[in-house]
Design a protein around this ligand. Structure first.
Ligand code: NAI
Ligand code: MG
Length: 354
């Protein structure tokens, strides 16, 4: 199997962590003669913007189209407004390639990683499925009477029948396939159009899945339960904004952003899917060589799963788990003293030993 990968290392710690993920893929290539990868790097990001006035080339989307996967570090850096770096690169790619599923595992790899105290709380193993193409991040809105006393801004959520059904159906399929419960997180009491509709679609689609046990929580209550009873959640489906926020909360209870990953999936494989750590460019630690590369390496595991190489996806995840016990060999965010590349090298060593 051959996988053509476009690399967008991006800004800040992005290039630092992507380099380690690429090393893991190269190691797998060495270990398994049936798999090969090609890497094509694109220099896009904030530095590129400051030089060219553009986060990516005008024909960037067309150039990415020929790849199987995009492996991204992070974009965003002081000096370029965050809404520009986000909309002109990351969201542009997610939308152009209809990557409407954002798969974010919230999984506690080791009990030592959670700040939560009680025992039951340590049983955290969920898959958050976030709507990734519309909703609150549809980009619809207006800015009226700018700067005037009557100034008004509108930010409109867009929930289409097609967009809502397909993500909810995807989540039911995943719950059925993995024999887990499915929880919908919404806010039908306050958002009296969009979330009432979401709840209705969740119920309607559920008629096709009588075998799947479902729960439905308001997002505020769900935030509480993520902390007090995270073991209640297995497969979770939620909207773009709520999924964004709830998965950072998820990262907070499972070891932090240095371990959180997210795959932007086009399930039909009509277009490339994109794999990236959840974290941003971390300007506060960029260039210091202390960024945790494990989130980016976990993205590699998701990539391998997506392309049907589950054996390797699992091997990567198992190796991550086995590393968590070796605190000294981890980066400072996990209490260790190792550098980004030391973690990456140790990882490859362990993967190769297996
Ligand atoms: P951030 O995720 O970059 O950093 C938040 C905190 O977590 C910082 O203290 C950082 O040092 C720490 N952290 C993040 N990743 C880490 C890692 N791998 N190892 C160790 N510590 C890590 O979020 P922030 O500061 O809100 O945003 C910084 C920039 O990144 C902004 O320009 C923002 O727009 C952008 N951003 C980009 C994303 C993307 O490209 N997908 C996602 C989130 C933010
Ligand atoms: Mg986020």
């Amino acid at each position: 199997k051959h996988i053509k990968i476009a690399l967008i290392p991006g800004d800040g710690i992005g290039p630092e962590v992507v380099a380690e993920g690429v090393n893991v893929l190269k190691a797998i290539e060495q270990l398994d003669s049936d798999i090969s990868f090609t890497f094509t790097e694109f220099p896009w990001g904030c530095e590129y913007y400051l030089e060219h006035g553009n986060m990516m080339d005008d024909d960037g989307i067309d150039r990415l189209r020929e790849f199987d996967a995009i492996y991204l570090g992070a974009v965003g850096y002081p000096g370029v407004p965050d809404h520009i770096s986000l909309w002109d690169l990351l969201l542009r790619i997610r939308k152009a390639f209809d990557q409407y599923v954002n798969l974010r595992p919230v999984s506690l790899l080791d009990p030592s990683l959670t700040p939560l105290k009680s025992k039951s709380e340590k049983n955290i193993d969920m898959l958050v499925i976030r709507e990734n193409s519309e909703g609150e991040y549809a980009g619809a809105g207006d800015w009226l009477f700018k700067g005037k006393p009557e100034e008004v801004v509108l930010q409109t959520g867009v929930f289409s029948r097609k967009g809502t059904e397909r993500i909810i159906r995807y989540a039911y399929e995943e719950a059925r396939r993995s024999n887990r419960t499915l929880t919908s997180i919404s806010k039908g009491n306050a958002l009296n159009y969009s979330m009432v509709f979401w709840d209705q679609v969740f119920e309607e689609v559920g008629k096709d899945y009588p075998d799947v046990t479902t729960y439905s929580y308001l997002v505020d209550a769900a935030s509480l339960y993520f902390v007090t009873h995270p073991e209640r959640f297995e497969v979770v489906v939620t909207s773009n904004l709520f999924g964004d926020i709830m998965t950072d909360l998820g990262a907070g209870i499972t070891g932090g952003l240095g371990l959180a990953t997210g795959a932007n999936i086009n399930p039909e494989k009509t277009y490339p899917s994109m794999f990236e750590p959840v974290h941003g460019s971390a300007p506060d630690i960029a260039g210091k060589g202390v960024a945790n590369p494990i989130a980016a390496i976990w993205s590699v595991s998701q990539m391998l799963d997506f392309f049907g190489e589950e054996k390797w996806g699992k091997a990567v995840l198992d190796t991550i788990k086995s590393m968590i016990g070796e605190t000294a060999n981890l980066t400072p965010d996990l209490g260790g003293k190792a550098s980004t590349s030391e973690v990456g090298n140790r990882f490859v060593e362990k993967l190769t030993e297996k």
